[in-house]
Design a protein around this ligand. Structure first.
Ligand code: ADP
Ligand code: ZN
Length: 733
């Protein structure tokens, strides 16, 4: 559509530059000496500042030429490709996100403009410092934790929270090594011709199918559905190999970076070298390297989190979305996008393939496969001797439990049995912290957050009460803040920390590990923790949903779900789907090698249809029933939705703005859409801001984004009121 844009602008020609600043349009500048390419990454003056941007096209020419300023500098990185521009435009249009915000997603690497010279980097040295100080200790701890990684000086100082003089001191002592390294080394070559594991017949058929897709060099999406442990990873690595053999780049998205350690090892075993990594646990120096090398085509494979979709690939032939149903693919703040959907969009623009892998696909993907939009491959058996876990309910109405205890006698017996056999057990509870509620036994007051409409959660490990909405924390008070009686505050209900305490009392001889995202100081530490457990470093694992995501714990044979009913409360339209997926995934952690596994679900409602489907369900039957129910209700994926949140310091301001929108809903009605609300959002106050929610519903084919854009465009919001639009909302908080 923009194929006739010029490639190069001569010095002095007027160009338009899209910046990352929140302006409503690109600005005109003069091309610098030597000219600039279309798509060039540049720095331009804006008022007194220099800001970064991209040459977006010929100038609009509506500003007097003599007043125009020149592009200050062209960065030494590959210009943005036409396809990437198109991706940002379309993704922005889909999520109703202004282009500058999209460009920020695409330039999330530090120092892109820095010259391609040598730089000083720092790594762990070989000598002990003569004197250990807390500051020195912090530096060494960071270097040990990022084991083998190198840092720029300021980056290391920042990560350790010390001044650069501490690093200089350590260098002088030989405890930290300083060396010069070229910035941005290319990645080692991955060899797709190396042999993979010999595949089973069904794996081979699946791999052949995926390879044929790659060979076609055309867009297409395959849903690779296979029970946990069926070898989906082995299969999709074959499509990665096929893609690399063509000389094209591949991207594997993982929902959880703690998963990446095991995966990177598998990649290394398969292709002989490690790929590029892109996620929050990667140092800034590495990020920059990845960004640049991806753009130069010198990173063949990227393994990353959802934001890796916005890297400047030169020729992207394949995107694998592993655990495609995972809710963490939806970004819930800033730009609200779903990486699974954006992967499909991106691949459609690069003539690439998408593989969506899951044991429990999202209903969206399931329905797309049924409709023939995606093709589908099923792997129905676990690899080798591994069999699917036996699943059973523990009827909690019949179990004798003491007060403030959550592990039933039946489950306790099963754990004891595993301990005797030297096997691992997992206790699953999707709740961080010690106790979800702290109540005063004198007056009944529940301690809430001062800024949010949420209860504070006790984290005994931190010795604090924490708000899971805004992160605010405070010490557990001695006296009730309401009635001032001392010594009467008591925890109510279990979180993983409390469950760990119970397990410690029940099994004092066992080694117990708690896996919860907040208990690790960093992504690296979490990765190390997961690995230690996989090696047999614990007998009992107590974990949140973090453990449900594809980890491979070979010794694990028992999964005990503490509260299978937890996700079924509440009115989220995806409650059944989510519970089904989570329970199936968690259960799938058991018995992944030769020892058979068992999953026991503690429930007060063993007859609930979702619980029955989890236990005995023919999965196909469950998805079909769930699809039929959603179709009847006209909700996603059979109808479309957009969530609108209006927030303001005063509740009445947020409501007033919402009411104005509701009164002026002509643009929606013309598109066949309807607006529901306003209502106070389920979490009615976050960080002191009151939140009011509107929900827009539209039939499946309706031009939802356009209608919403037209609807909100004329709206003039008072200064303190903010509006955010969430297309295809996943969470209704
Ligand atoms: P999934 O991704 O479906 O959960 P994986 O690919 O992780 O399954 O496979 C489960 C386990 O079985 C892994 O340890 C994997 O190495 C092993 N495995 C799968 N297929 C093969 C094969 N063809 N040859 C050898 N090992 C295999
Ligand atoms: Zn709060």
């Amino acid at each position: 559509m923009t194929a006739d844009l010029p490639d190069h602008f001569a010095a002095g020609q007027v160009v338009s530059v899209l910046t990352t600043q929140p302006l409503d349009r690109p600005l005109d500048y003069l091309a610098p000496d030597g000219g600039c390419h279309m798509g060039a990454f540049v720095q331009v003056p804006l008022g007194p500042r220099q800001v970064s941007g991209v040459v977006w096209g010929p100038g609009a020419g509506d500003f007097p030429r003599e007043k125009l300023r020149a592009v200050a500098r062209v960065l030494d990185v590959a210009p943005m490709r036409e396809e990437m521009r198109e991706f940002l435009i379309r993704a922005g249009a889909y999520t109703l996100t202004p282009l500058p915000a999209m460009l920020r997603l695409a330039t999330r690497a530090p120092g892109l403009g820095a010259p391609p010279s040598m730089q000083k980097v720092y790594a762990l040295g070989h000598r002990e410092p003569d004197r250990m100080t807390p500051a020195r200790q912090k530096v060494l701890a960071v270097l040990e934790e990022f084991d083998g990684a190198v840092f720029a000086q300021t980056e290391l100082a920042e990560a350790a929270g010390v001044s650069t003089s501490v690093i200089k001191g350590l260098v002088a002592q030989g405890a930290v090594e300083e060396r010069a390294a070229p910035r941005d080394l290319p990645y080692p070559h991955l060899d797709p011709a190396r042999r993979g594991k010999p595949l089973t017949d069904s794996q081979r058929a699946a791999a052949d199918h995926l390879r044929a897709g790659i060979a076609a060099r055309q867009y297409g999406t395959t849903l690779l559905r296979g029970v946990t442990g069926s070898g989906k990873t082995e299969v999709y690595l074959e499509s990665v190999a096929a893609c690399l053999s063509q000389g094209r780049q591949a991207l594997v998205l993982l929902p959880e970076i703690a998963l990446s350690a095991e995966f990177l090892k598998r990649v290394e075993a398969r292709f002989g070298a490690k790929p590029a990594e892109w996620h929050s646990g990667v140092t800034q120096t590495e990020r920059r390297r990845a960004w640049k090398m991806v753009g130069q085509g010198e990173a063949q494979l990227v393994v990353g989190a959802r934001s890796a979709l916005f890297l400047p690939y030169r020729d992207l032939g394949l995107i694998v979305v592993d655990e495609e149903h995972d809710t963490s693919y939806k970004q819930e703040d800033g730009v609200l996008y779903n990486a699974r959907d954006m992967a499909v969009l991106r691949a459609s623009l690069t003539q690439g393939r998408v593989v969506l892998a899951s044991a429990t696909p999202s209903l969206e993907s399931w329905v797309n496969a049924k409709a023939g939009k995606y093709d589908r491959i099923d792997l129905t058996d676990r690899f080798g001797a591994a069999v699917l876990p036996r699943m059973a309910a523990i009827d909690m109405r019949r179990e004798a439990l003491e007060r403030a205890r959550w592990i039933s006698p039946t489950l306790k017996g099963a754990i004891r049995d595993r301990l005797e056999k030297g096997e691992q057990s997992l206790l699953f509870l999707n709740r961080r912290g010690f106790a979800p509620v702290t109540i005063c036994r004198a007056c009944g007051e529940q301690i809430g957050c001062d800024h949010c409409d949420a209860r504070m959660v006790e984290h005994r490990f931190l010795k604090r009460l924490v708000c899971h909405q805004c992160g605010e924390s405070k010490p557990v008070p001695e006296a009730c803040p309401s009635c001032e009686v001392e010594g009467k505050l008591a925890p109510v209900g279990p979180g993983v920390e409390r469950l760990t305490e119970e397990a410690e009392t029940l099994f004092p001889e066992a080694r117990i590990a708690t896996l919860s995202s907040d208990l690790f100081s960093s992504a690296r530490a979490l990765k190390a923790g997961v690995e230690a457990i996989a090696q047999g470093g614990a007998d009992i694992i107590v974990g949140t949903q973090l453990v449900a995501k594809g980890h491979n714990f070979p010794l694990l044979t028992l999964v005990g779900v503490i509260d299978a009913d937890l996700g079924l409360q509440g009115s989220d339209l995806r409650a059944a789907e989510r519970t089904f997926q989570l329970m199936r995934q968690v259960a799938g952690r058991a018995g992944r090698q030769d020892r058979p596994g068992e999953a026991l679900l503690q429930t007060f409602q063993p007859e609930h249809p979702v619980i029955r489907a989890i236990l005995f369900g023919d999965e196909t039957e469950f998805w079909d029933a769930e699809a039929a129910a959603r179709q009847a209700a006209g909700v996603p994926p059979f109808g479309r939705m957009a969530g609108i949140i209006l927030s303001a310091g005063r509740e009445e301001d947020a409501f007033a703005a919402a009411q104005t929108l509701v009164r002026n809903d002509g643009a929606l009605r013309r598109a066949g859409a309807q607006v529901l609300g306003p209502a106070a959002a389920p979490i009615a106050r976050i960080r002191g801001r009151h939140r009011v929610r509107l929900l827009v519903r539209a039939p499946k084919g309706a031009p939802l984004q356009q209608a919403v854009a037209d609807w909100i465009a004329p709206m003039r919001l008072p200064r303190d009121t903010r509006l955010s639009v969430d297309i295809d909302p996943q969470s209704f908080l």
